[in-house]
Design a protein around this ligand. Sequence first.
Ligand code: NAI
Length: 463
Amino acid sequence: MKVVVLGGGPGGYVAAIRAAQLGGEVTLIEKSTIGGTCLNIGCIPTKVLLHSAELFNEIKDSSKFGIEVSGDIKVNWSELQSRKKIVVNTLVSGVRSLLAFNKVKIINGVGNFETKNLVSVTKENGAVENIEFDKVIISTGSIPVIPPIEGKDLPGVIDSTDALSLNNIPKSMVIIGGGVIGIEFANAYNAFGCNVTIIEMLPFILPPVDREISEIIKSKLNSEGIEIYNNCKVTKIEESGKVLSVAFINGDKQLKVDAEKVLVAVGRRAFIEELNLEKAGVKTEKGCIIVNDRMETSVDGIYAIGDCTGKNMLAHVASEQGVVAAENIMGKNVKMDYKTVPACVYTKPELASVGLTEEQVKEKGIDYKVGKFPLIANGKSLIMNEISGIIKIIADKKYDEVLGVHILGPRATDLITEGALALRLETTLQEIATTVHAHPTVGEAIKEAVLAVNKEAIHMINK
Ligand code: NAI
């Protein structure tokens, strides 16, 4: 089976490896660097910055832990930038070796459809190579959305890619958009000493997150000195001496904030314009490729995965969709299940959730109950001095089935896998409660939150 994969991000490279494992003769076409947005300009480099930001804060706070540090504690920005490059390059070369081991052929160039069974690849030197295939997986990702705000093209107005590689730490930054990208960069730059202001259109930040949790994060960010304006619409960005001035409105109030940089983080959109999809007859809707849960497009033999399908724009979703597409191509019959997709935000403390939020269960009219356990009552969190978090469990009232797990706390992004597995197995509260959780861990607070649903938590007063 000749399989072509268009795009080598976490969707495409995983799909390529899986198809090759199952016996496919796979060609991966990538116009830039293997690893896509995630490895090169997304998940990985941002977490390198955030990890250093966290370390920086911990060192500044070290006396609380009985550690005295003498001398100036400073951020060495160029060292941090080179560490970022080393981490990214290590992972990219690891992926390249995996592809080579699995005998995936990589072609560097821009691929576009000539027919439903032929793509032409235009290489950097202008040479064109035609490749025929039996099946193709489109995995061309997404790019940042830049809204039509006056002044958006001024120097100093940046997107998330630029924000990763600034020459120095700016003194001040306005972030337009209080979604995941905005909040993560706000955390990092604020920790590095930049004065950060967030301007968000909606009445809350982090729209998909359980509202109670996003409100806690919001006050934490405020207490760290990040100014957040909700219900605001940016009207104009203009140069004002050496800085940029961002004008915005809140109801009938006209407001203005000056900053050295303005980061626009108002979402991403599918990137499919170079593909010539019309030549293959692939249908799109609102700029995204239409797929079913087998990752099939409207054209037989053409599959699409990842951000270009406009589903959950997350690397782990793209990878899972890649496995589903590759397995279906190679003769299995599998479907993508979005129920167990965790969402993670790398704030401090981290935030991770899976399943339904309280707003969603209400909207669906589900009879539900909630259990909450504050991490101030958890030994490990206290040891780590990370006590502002909370674990919230949402369960079905009749069957005690776990419907949502929301963790705000240290290592939340690692802990959430227990929640994802619980949802995958349609677990009841009883099943988690009777699973022995190690002590002392943050994870044991998940069990306590589960017990709290029926007012049976041991380490807090059940009200
Ligand atoms: P997003 O959709 O998460 O958030 C965009 C925010 O901007 C929303 O709160 C929205 O209300 C607001 N907004 C939209 N237009 C606005 C305007 N004109 N003025 C003010 N606010 C406005 O998009 P974001 O943060 O850019 O992230 C893009 C994608 O990347 C998302 O799908 C996200 O899930 C993914 N991502 C995931 C990460 C993770 O899993 N940790 C990290 C970074 C990105």
